[in-house]
Design a protein around this ligand. Structure first.
Ligand code: 13P
Length: 338
């Protein structure tokens, strides 16, 4: 392990004004996104769509520090025959790779899941390094309601995240550690706080036990927010206050950076929440974005599978990347969305 190299990469991933594009949707997930815009999902259409994002020069150069890729994409070639990974690197952006194999139902824990993918992970990391990946992502999914999560499922997920993170560091790949408390149910913001705090405490305990170097990770948490189906939605300031409080309670200051997932928030809400946190607080870690849906919903809609829409799609992508870049500095304003 080369800790200096890991820290350098982690710092670059959360550099001020920049954040991460999560473009690692599984084949099933990207199919449902394409269904929504009337585009057939094939290796070529997936390539064409992702290529238009990676070729958005201004968005990539100014605001996208790194891109999380799916296995298919890290091996794929652009229409002109160049590797997609090389296009990303040409903008000074860092290629990363999703390495988990998805959440699976846990035996004896109805309605709870643990993420698979530790088997052969070392070999896969070595292969991805050769393909250009310098960071990786593993997502643990925490189901939440009055009864869930159980201690057993939180421990199992924290353990898997820590085993993954240690293997990544051994291979000089920065692990994005993503314990995601879901946002789409009906719990209120206080229940989200309680569960997120517990999950983060258990995750950092497991990282400690596995001797993971915290300077060489990027944490990717959910924000503390009411579930989408909850009748009482919190204000932007309350989300920011509670999220920062929860992170201060649980995340050691040696962690280099925190990059949030958007989790189904509207794209402007995801920007407003990030901005409020950075505008209101001096924090020990850089706080930025690692958004999938909140960066891609607008360009997907603008593209709709047509070559003639590529400039409009790239403009829509630049707008979200720019707005979130400003939010990472606490400099976004609602008027800029007009
Ligand atoms: P969303 O921002 O759409 O939640 O995706 C981020 C991600 O990578 C989830 O694992």
């Amino acid at each position: 392990m080369n800790l200096d190299q890991l820290v350098e990469t982690a710092k670059a991933m959360v550099a001020p004004g920049k954040g991460i594009l999560a473009a690692d949707e599984s084949t099933a997930t990207i199919r449902s996104r394409f269904d929504a815009i009337g585009v057939e999902s094939t290796p070529d259409t997936r390539r064409d769509y992702r290529e238009l994002l990676f070729r958005s020069e201004k968005a990539m150069q100014d605001h996208i520090s790194g891109v999380i890729l799916y296995d298919e994409t890290i091996r794929q070639f652009a229409r002109d025959g160049s590797r997609l990974v090389e296009i990303i690197k040409s903008h000074g952006s860092i290629p990363g790779i999703k390495v988990d194999m998805g959440p699976r139902e846990m035996p004896f824990f109805p309605g709870e899941r643990v993420t698979d993918g530790l088997d052969n992970l070392r070999d896969r990391l070595r292969d991805y390094y050769v393909h250009g990946a310098r960071f990786a992502k593993w997502r643990a999914v925490i189901d939440i309601d009055a009864r869930r999560p159980s201690a057993g499922s939180v421990k199992a997920n924290a353990h898997a995240l820590a085993r993954y993170a240690a293997m990544c560091q051994e291979e000089n790949i920065v692990p994005i550690v993503e314990p995601e408390v879901l946002m789409d149910l009906d719990h209120d913001i206080n229940r989200c706080f309680e569960v997120t705090e517990y999950v983060l405490k258990m995750t950092f305990q497991a990282l400690y036990e596995m001797r993971v170097q915290l300077e060489g990770i990027v944490l990717k948490p959910n924000m503390v927010i009411a579930g989408r189906k909850c009748k009482t939605q919190a204000s932007v300031d309350e989300v920011a206050e509670k999220t920062v409080q929860c992170l201060k309670n649980t995340v050691p200051s040696t962690v280099t950076g925190i990059a949030f997932l958007s989790g189904g928030q509207s794209d402007v809400a995801a920007t407003a929440h990030l901005n409020a946190m950075n505008a209101m607080h001096a924090l020990p870690w850089n706080l930025t974005f690692s958004y999938g849906r909140a960066l891609q919903a607008a360009p997907q809609k603008a593209w709709a599978g047509k070559d003639e829409n590529i400039p409009a799609a790239q403009a829509a992508f630049y707008k979200r990347a720019h707005m979130n870049g400003l939010a990472s500095l606490g400099q976004w304003k609602e008027e800029l969305e007009a």
